[in-house]
Design a protein around this ligand. Structure first.
Ligand code: SF4
Ligand code: SF4
Length: 160
């Protein structure tokens, strides 16, 4: 099996990165950069993957990409920022560096199958709108399947 660092090195080869024209098309296309000005910038993030990896692995910025792939589709040089960020995030996770917020969301998904906490009176509220109940969690069978998809290693990291 190919190692995450090797895959990342392949995408980050210097020749390819030298094609980056600093055009900013990735940042200009990015919905997260628009939603979080000053906090999230894929062009800057790409430079950090290349020049500041150990520090970046500890950073929450790495976890803000929403995987819309706009930057990858619009990059005039065929650089693949989305894949690079995904591999970098995998690397951070494999080294146990999952920041507090993503960890909370993953724990929530693990517990209830949902990324947000559903309040106890939510079904009552839905009933008032003529909507069917959704219950506090998805089915136990689905939770079990979800645990298998997460895998023992990730479950251990989330519980740490
Ligand atoms: S869109 Fe591509 S070429 Fe332009 S700054 Fe971003 S990574 Fe570099
Ligand atoms: S894939 Fe991530 S970095 Fe690229 S445009 Fe979408 S949210 Fe921004």
């Amino acid at each position: 099996m190919v190692d995450t660092r090797d895959l990342l090195a392949r995408l980050l080869d210097e020749k390819k990165l030298s094609y980056c024209q600093d055009c900013g098309s990735c940042t200009g296309s990015c919905p997260m950069a628009k939603a979080l000005p000053g906090r999230y910038n894929p062009r800057r993030l790409l430079q950090r993957v290349s020049n500041d990896l150990p520090e970046l692995l500890r950073s929450e910025e790495l976890w803000l990409c929403a995987w819309c792939y706009r930057c990858t589709e619009r990059c005039p040089q065929g650089i693949q920022p989305t894949e690079i960020f995904l591999l970098t995030r995998n690397l951070a996770s494999s080294e146990g560096m999952i920041p507090r917020n993503p960890k909370t969301i993953m724990r929530q998904i693990m517990k209830s199958g949902r990324s947000v906490n559903v309040p106890e009176d939510f079904d009552e509220w839905r009933e008032g709108y003529g909507l069917p109940p959704i219950g506090a969690t998805i089915s136990p069978k689905a939770i079990e399947e979800q645990r298998k998809i997460f895998g023992e290693e990730l479950l251990r990291r989330l519980e740490a």
